[in-house]
Design a protein around this ligand. Structure first.
Ligand SMILES: C[S@@+](CC[C@H](N)C(=O)[O-])C[C@H]1O[C@@H](n2cnc3c(N)ncnc32)[C@H](O)[C@@H]1O
Length: 452
């Protein structure tokens, strides 16, 4: 029968993965080696029809995500991880895609935080050894209790371009080989201490290009012998075996069983002691964390109180500032008025100073003129004084009066000039020899006094 693809996983008939793969001619591209399919079926079958979470690293064209959806059934959540953003387009019902690199622990943790512990991880990503190892380190311990971790395409572990090499230090095949010893750590005496991997791993299966790890926890590990023996003890079988490993009669069976039980209980006791120590360490850490948090809370509330004070102070300062702003505006306005008045005043002073300068120049000229006249009169007076004739006595007296008047007028003029008195006065001798003051006039006489 020919099937039309894609068809909803809910209605897909139960069929082998291999058959599904072969029928995908019209579906999205799936890229798998054919000899992987029996291994898939073997390790994944217990999760079919369950509400399992399947994480596949490396999406490619999205075909394998749809194949897992069909295979695991309607309750499965398929999560694809890829570094290429284009893969986001392959999301659909039951299929989520998260974009990130498989060697980024933070990214992988975020996927776990979102979807919970995976039941199956299939690593079909970059196949670079360092990436494969990084993903395994984060995700294996995050698997559900009976989860399966399957790494495929491990032929790359022998190829240098993927960081691989036969017996190479970075080869994941080499790491997986070492994990065989860790799986059996319980039996190495104290040479290899048992780890979480020892306690939570049931099997490591090596296939061509594939390694599959099955998780699981253990009840007490011991090896009871059950059933009756039919022969006497054969000390030689199996060759080299301890006596408690050989077959024997009922009595020896009991002894051997008890000894096994004691050893197993001791081992379990050791593990429990280790667990207890871990728990005590965790309690101490939790207590330290609690104290640290208390300190942080105390500091935060002190900081909050300080912040409240600062806010209050700032609020007051804002109020003060607005009052200061108003006062400043008033002062500024007064200053502006004062400035304008000063500008006007300065202009007036300038004008006054120019006027004063003009006045003082005029006064200087007048003084010079008066000095000239005074000198002329002095000459006349000298002539009179040197005359012995009576008829000269009158002009002499007159001249004396005029000179006195002239001197008085000159002193007044000089005083006025010193005090910067406004207005220009010219002192002029009158025709009768007296001095008169007034402004220049074309009718005024300016000649030297005549002698009678
Ligand atoms: C071989 S394809 C996957 C094929 C697909 N699983 C299938 O079966 O059809 C490999 C994918 O790994 C992706 N890849 C490469 N480097 C990666 C990395 N560092 N982290 C996550 N995915 C990566 C590639 O983008 C590519 O889509």
């Amino acid at each position: 029968m020919t099937r039309a693809y894609p068809y909803p996983a809910e209605v897909a008939p139960a069929m082998s993965l291999w058959a599904d793969f072969q029928g995908n001619a019209h579906g999205r591209l799936i890229h798998k080696w054919k000899h992987y399919f029996p291994a898939y079926e073997r390790h994944f079958a217990p999760f079919v029809g369950r509400s399992a979470t399947i994480v596949e690293i490396g999406i490619g064209e999205g075909g394998s995500l749809q194949m897992w959806k069909r295979f695991f059934g309607p309750h499965a959540q398929i999560v694809g991880i890829d570094i290429a953003p284009r893969c986001k387009a392959f999301e659909e019902d039951q299929i989520a895609v998260r974009i990130g690199s498989q060697d980024d622990p933070g990214f992988l943790e975020s996927v776990i935080a979102e979807f919970g512990p995976p039941d199956i991880v299939i690593d079909d990503g970059s196949h670079i050894m360092q990436h494969v190892t990084a993903s395994f380190a984060v995700l294996y311990k995050r698997l559900s209790k009976n989860g399966v971790y399957l790494v495929e395409d491990l032929h790359t572990a022998y190829r240098p371009e993927y960081g691989g090499a036969l017996h190479g230090a970075d080869s994941f095949i080499e790491s997986a080989k070492a994990l065989i010893d860790e799986l059996n750590a319980d039996f190495t005496g104290d040479e290899l201490p048992p780890t979480e991997f020892t306690r939570t791993t049931h099997s490591i299966c090596f296939y061509s290009s594939v390694v599959a790890f099955e998780r699981g926890t253990y009840t007490k590990k011991f090896a009871p012998q059950i059933g009756r023996t039919v022969a006497v003890v054969d000390e030689s079988y199996p060759p080299g075996a301890r006596s408690d490993e050989r077959e024997g009669n009922d009595l020896r069976l009991e002894v051997v069983t008890r000894r096994e039980e004691v050893a197993s209980l001791q081992a379990e006791l050791g593990r429990e002691r280790e667990g207890l120590q871990h728990a005590l360490g965790a309690v101490a850490e939790a207590e330290a964390e609690r104290q640290r948090l208390n300190t942080a809370i105390r500091e935060a509330s002190e900081a909050a109180a300080q912040s409240r004070e600062i806010i209050e102070r700032l609020r007051n300062e804002v109020a003060d500032n607005s009052r200061s702003r108003e006062a400043l505006a008033a002062t500024l306005s007064t200053l502006r008025s004062d400035f304008e008045a000063a500008v006007q005043c300065s202009a007036a002073i300038q004008l006054q100073s120019e006027a004063t300068q003009l006045q003082s120049e005029a006064t200087r000229r007048q003084v010079a003129e008066l000095q000239t006249r005074f000198a002329a009169n002095q000459t006349v007076l000298n002539a009179i004084v040197q005359s012995k004739s009576w008829q000269f006595t009158k002009p002499l007296r007159l001249a004396g009066n005029r000179v006195r008047s002239l001197l008085t007028a000159f002193r007044q003029q000089r005083l006025a000039a010193r005090n910067g008195m406004p207005g220009s006065h010219r002192w002029t001798p009158t025709s009768n020899g007296a001095i008169s003051s007034g402004s220049d006039s074309p009718h005024q006489k300016r000649d030297a006094p005549r002698v009678h």
